[in-house]
Ligand binder design. Structure first.
Ligand SMILES: *Cc1c(COP(=O)(O)O)cnc(C)c1O
Length: 507
């Protein structure tokens, strides 16, 4: 009986390690084979027809089966129909091809399965995470009194930023201890300011923190989609005058669509006047910290009270991997709780749960550590710059083509553009409607075709296309082909639309 369990867990037992090696090697083999022959980033499947073949595979069985029997499902279902983000045709979102050193680290992370909440469950890992955080703190330019913690990503980091800002404000200004007593009666007057291009998780956080989404005041952006300082000043002032409590400003350091960067310098001056918390959402822009040519764009990050950085975006780490930083480690006191079984207050060791809103937590720091150890910060920085250069090249190329319109001059590696129709509608409003429809369809049809995976977004009610060129191996030649396909699809759709219209007028 005992024999049966050996195969499922790592141990000194011969069969145990043999099974582990065999299965891991076979899996690596399957993935490698797939990538050796990969044609396009995506093979589309329709819910109905695909699961028909695999319906039986989707139910749990009374008796287990050998891995060999399941390989077909993994290959034909999972491998074939996943989105292959490492393919150069995949450039939709802030979704990165994972770096190989990080994939190697994942093997250790999962096998060792350290839990980062208390020191006794991650005796060395705790200190490695702390060391990686300290390296990042140095890069940011924070003093040694700063701190940070790994998170599941930007959503969690932004939430933590708003949580600390709220508790800090309530404690200092309203003499209320939110953690112990809950929100004070004035809490419905608390206000957060961010640009209208900020990430939706700012509002989401406000909602979850009992402030309500309406506590977030959207600030206008300028022609480069950066927070407009005049509008921010006016809105903070107005808020104060009308008896509200402006508590925080969220600066976006790399907006999700355009990669535009709010001025932390200006925001810092205003925040100082009104004694407000600054949270910098650098989920995307954090990658610039290591850049050679573009580092100056993030040199003001150190002015923020707290910072979000996603490693699973521009640091090429497999999901999930992010971090949250604070200028003053003492800010973590706002969320500290002590459990006798986990992190008793008198313990001398570092318990990372004291900095986190998670309890059980992955040892993601190892992959950041291994990536930087293997690549070196210099090669990493060049790679970041390469992607920016690629995006600027694409924008330049698009600008020369009258069939498309570029919506931004890329600060980072995202380019937003749209297919422009010839004038086919009578009114400007109609023209806009058709153009929106056609651009939406271009994105969708490209996705189903699977050769190029790009994203869609809206700019001032206009449907646009977006490419995020995180993959440094995307070359201008790939992109020229993409643009050719976009224009071809656009032309076809336009002709169809025109034919439809003619029918409509005749009848
Ligand atoms: C991606 C992103 C987020 C959300 O981060 P997740 O890692 O997806 O949770 C927040 N802010 C910005 C600017 C982002 O680009």
């Amino acid at each position: 009986m005992e024999q049966d369990y050996q195969q499922w867990f790592l141990s000194k037992d011969n069969q145990s390690v043999r099974t582990y090696k065999q299965l891991m090697n076979q899996s690596i083999e399957m993935i490698s084979n797939y990538y050796e022959t990969i044609e396009k980033p995506y093979h589309h499947w329709e819910l109905e027809d695909r699961f028909e073949h695999f319906n039986d595979e989707m139910t749990f069985k009374e008796n287990g089966r050998a891995f060999a029997e399941l390989k077909k499902s993994i290959e034909q279902l999972v491998l074939r129909h996943s989105l292959h983000i490492s393919h150069t045709g995949a450039m939709a979102h802030l979704h990165c091809p994972p770096a190989i050193p990080a994939l190697v680290a994942e093997v250790f992370i999962t096998a060792l399965n350290q839990s980062m909440d208390s020191w006794d469950q991650s005796p060395i890992a705790t200190y490695i995470e702390d060391a990686v955080i300290k390296e990042c703190v140095k890069q940011i330019g924070y003093e040694e009194t700063a701190s940070g913690v790994f998170t599941s990503g930007g959503t969690q980091s932004n939430y933590m930023g708003m949580l600390l800002a709220r508790n800090d404000y309530c404690k200092r200004k309203l003499k209320a201890n939110v953690q112990e007593e809950g929100l004070p009666p004035e809490a419905n007057k608390l206000r957060i300011f961010c640009s209208e291009k900020a990430h939706f998780t700012v509002q989401q956080s406000a909602a979850q923190l009992g402030l309500g989404m309406n506590a977030v005041i959207p600030v206008k952006t300028n022609e480069r989609y950066e927070m407009c300082m005049d509008d921010l000043c006016a809105k903070v002032e107005l808020s104060k005058e009308s008896g509200e409590l402006p508590m925080a400003i969220v600066a976006t350091i790399g907006t999700t669509d355009f990669g535009s960067i709010d001025s932390l310098h200006d925001i810092h001056q205003l925040a100082a006047t009104y004694d407000m918390w600054i949270h910098a959402d650098a989920a995307y822009g954090g990658g610039l910290l290591f850049s050679k040519a573009n580092r100056h764009l993030v040199q003001e990050l150190k002015l923020a009270d707290s910072i979000t950085i996603d490693f699973h975006k521009w640091f090429y780490q497999p999901i999930s991997c992010g971090a949250f930083f604070v200028k003053a480690e003492t800010a973590f006191q706002h969320i500290q709780l002590y459990a006798d079984y986990l992190n008793p207050e008198e313990d001398e060791h570092l318990h990372l749960v004291n900095r986190s809103i998670q309890t059980t937590k992955r040892f993601d720091a190892l992959k950041v550590w291994l990536t930087f150890q293997m690549m070196g910060t210099s090669a990493f920085g060049k790679l970041i710059d390469q992607t920016i250069q690629n995006a600027r090249q694409l924008a330049g190329y698009l600008q020369e083509n009258s069939m498309v319109k570029v919506m931004n001059e890329p600060m980072m590696n995202a380019v937003v553009f749209k297919y422009q129709c010839k004038r086919i509608a009578k009114s400007a409003e109609n023209q806009k409607y058709i153009e929106n429809k056609i651009n939406t369809m271009i994105q969708q049809q490209l996705y189903e075709k699977g050769t190029y995976i790009i994203a869609k977004t809206k700019v001032n009610q206009e449907a646009c296309l977006k490419v995020t060129m995180l993959n440094p191996m995307i070359e201008l030649e790939n992109l020229k082909q993409l643009i050719k396909e976009v224009i071809q699809l656009g032309n076809e759709l336009e002709q169809k639309e025109e034919a439809l219209r003619e029918c409509a007028t005749i009848s």
